[in-house]
Design a binder for this molecule. Sequence first.
Ligand code: PLP
Length: 468
Amino acid sequence: MSEFDQYDTQAIVEMDKAHHLHPWQFFDLFRHNGALPIVKGDNCHIYDTDGRKYFDAVGGLWCNNIGLGRKDMADAIAEQAYKMSYASAFVDLTNVPAAELAAKLAQLAPAPLNHVFFTCGGSTAVDTAFRLIHYFQNCRGKHDKKHIISRKNSYHGTTYAAMSIGGKPGDHPPEFNFISDIIHHISYPNYYRCAEEGMSEEEFVDCLVQEFEDKIEELGGADKVAAFFAEPIMGAGGVIVPPEGYLKRMHAVCKKNDILFVSDEVVTGFGRLGHWFASEDEFGIVPDMITSAKGLTSGYMPLGALLFSDEIWEVLNAEGSGRCFPHGFTYSGHPVACAAALKNIEIMEQEKLLENVNEVGPYFEEQLKTLEDLSIVGQVRGRKFMVCVEYVADKQTRELFPEELDIGKRISNHADKLGLICRSIVHLNVMSPPLTMTRADVDFIVDTLRKSIELTVEELRSEGYFAG
Ligand code: PLP
């Protein structure tokens, strides 16, 4: 008898279909297909209820950093749950893991970011940033500094403010409402898709910076703009690595105009780019705020954090102001989640996972690049353990496949059957594997993806797609 015999796959799928509304559920597809039930994890691998094994190159959802199924993590979580599973962090209570984690994050973050607010995940960290920005600006008497600027195609989470700050067109369908009076979107730094023909990367950056300055002017100048949000490398928006100098120059515009720079490191933090945080160590900027989640606990427990600077803290904490900070979640500073984060950091330090990313990451980039010889691969991009493959119908013109063809999904369906999970986003396959990934794992991913792309090309050919 196998450990998987206890599961009735069909019954689980039907229960799930009947009662569970999934994030990003496409109703018509889901009604027919349901979802694949996963029951077990072991480092980079996951197993479904029938015992099929897959290499999870998505790392859950950009969050499985230390690997699944770790006994040491489970023990740390169990120990804290047994000792003290919950204590409120409101007003005048705290708990040991929350205090220790706040101090540890202050130590790992860029020097001036010494203050932490704990949330339940990434979206709530972004929402907290949004509220804290206005609170800070009001506290220092800048009552007109209300506007927020972010980028088209960015993703910052799914709560009301976070989704309004995000700029992915597919996430802004007419059935939902958004905050539109004080949130504005400017172009995103996709040189491959958005630069005019013949434009150098430098000229492209000049245009983006000019657009940012023009937007500030249009909104009434520096006195009206409160903050700028950016992911150092855009994740869900298609793993967009900004051209050289872009972030530094956008940061300089913020400094010049007294605008807060919020770096959304929900994905790029905690080792994905080989550093605790990528803003300073990978891109040379020190933001005023950093949002973090996902890799902070490697997904073992839900937890997010907003880190912010001494400069902001000093305004909030002004002696004698009599102010309160009326913001917080029941689970802010949750002791079990904080204990999980502390253990996660300890494991990353002891097992030198950042070093592994810096060693295996360039090999991953280089090997994945070899897929560019395939007829439908337009661009392989990304950095270290955050990469993506973009498919095109025509390499010369970079024309995309029709959306209804769902090219990324077709390829990832083949990959699933070959034992590889890679996420599809329309015409992309996105990967963010656990930081434990080895060179041999890279070879498996690249070989399997190549086969999946070749199978898809054959399939399209047999459907007459490439006829003539
Ligand atoms: N910010 C970024 C850059 C993200 O990629 C995500 C989630 O993917 C979020 C925020 C939201 O995080 P959560 O899903 O934990 O709320």
